[in-house]
Write a protein that binds this ligand. Structure first.
Ligand code: PBG
Length: 342
């Protein structure tokens, strides 16, 4: 708008309006933007969730997650070496076990030689310096896809906790550095801590999925681990209602009091307000899981040419840092690490 028009509209000069403050001054060049940047994503913030499959020489694509594969155990060392070379601190494993091994109670989670434990051994043998985080929920092992033992339509809390505590010890024995319970049963963190300590695994940490919401964004993951077709009903009797935030704080406080070393918010981007509240309230190591549906949305829009996928990836990961995350579980980990190197 030129001066004449402004005079006619009776608008003060911009310097009068802003009191001579000009926030654009520091945005004027790349060097000044870099100087004042408040949050910076680093490769040290990334945890790579990786899917496992039985058999040998298998690298199976997942339709709803373009660019993501399930790997058989023999192919894991190569992936772990890639992660280590990129500087990614840790891998989190998620198994897709044979349907024939799934049953009502998820008993295969108690097999010391199940897919998840085989994978930990293979990764640790090949790349001992990379962190291994194992998920200790029943859902990949049950024939109904729920995270707990199901009887008469009810998910049994205490029986489930006993079983996952036992499974956590097996995972630690296989070499897991961090046990990550993702089932939302009450009392699981304390039970796992007791079981680990009693078995001599005081040094093994617990990353609690403290605030896991009953979300629609887990769809592609269920294809990846083969629970999508099995699951009847929903997980609302054990995951948190997406409308709640005080409840998320209570869950976090509870898990910390039971011995969680790190807490996680899941899903990620739609729940950054929860991350911020947790970080401000408890000041503990706080993580978020950019889940399968979040990954799929960015990939799908990018594949259609509707957004720049790589920019959206970096922007979303930076948003986690801004919200207060110490790190992010993301399927983008290798791609983001490569981008950060450039
Ligand atoms: C269940 C579990 C889920 C995810 C990891 N473990 C959710 C579910 O299937 O209900 C989701 C991960 C993702 O969507 O990326 N214990």
């Amino acid at each position: 708008m030129n001066r004449t028009n402004r005079a006619r509209l009776d608008i003060r000069s911009i310097d009068e309006i802003t009191g001579s403050r000009r926030l654009r001054r520091m945005r004027k060049a790349d060097w000044s933007r870099r100087l004042v940047q408040e949050n910076r994503l680093s490769v040290d913030d990334l945890i790579w969730p990786i899917f496992l499959t039985e058999g040998e020489g298998r690298e199976e694509p997942i339709a709803a997650m373009p660019g993501i594969f399930r790997y058989s155990v023999d192919l894991l060392p190569k992936q772990a070496e890639r992660a280590a070379r990129l500087g990614i601190p840790a891998i989190a494993t998620f198994p897709n076990i044979d349907m024939a091994k799934r049953d009502a109670t998820g008993s295969a989670i108690l097999d010391p030689d199940n897919l998840i434990n085989q994978a930990t051994r293979a990764i640790k043998e090949a790349v001992p310096e990379i962190g291994v985080i194992t998920d200790v929920a029943l859902d990949p092992f049950t024939d109904h896809g729920h995270d707990g033992i199901l009887r008469d339509g009810i998910i049994l809390n205490d029986e489930t906790v006993e079983q996952i505590a036992e499974a956590a010890v097996l995972q630690a024995a296989a070499g897991a550095d961090i046990i990550a319970p993702s089932d939302m049963m009450d009392g699981r963190v304390g039970a796992i801590r007791d079981a680990l300590d009693a078995a001599g695994f005081q040094h093994v940490a617990i990353m609690s999925y403290a605030t896991k919401f009953a979300s629609a964004f887990y769809g592609p993951y269920r294809e990846a681990v083969g629970t999508g077709g099995l699951l009847k009903g929903d997980k609302k009797t054990y995951y948190i209602d997406p409308a709640n935030t005080d409840e998320a704080l209570r869950e976090t406080e509870q898990d910390l009091s039971e011995g969680a070393d790190m807490v996680m918010v899941k899903p990620g981007l739609p729940y950054l307000d929860i991350v911020r509240r947790i970080k401000d309230t408890f000041a503990v190591p706080t993580f978020a899981y950019q889940v399968s549906g979040e990954y799929a949305m960015i990939k799908a829009a990018a594949a259609n040419g509707w957004i720049d996928g790589e920019s959206a990836m970096m922007e979303s990961l930076t948003a986690f840092k801004r919200a207060g995350c110490d790190g992010v579980l993301t399927y983008f980990a290798p791609q983001a690490a490569e981008r950060l190197r450039r």
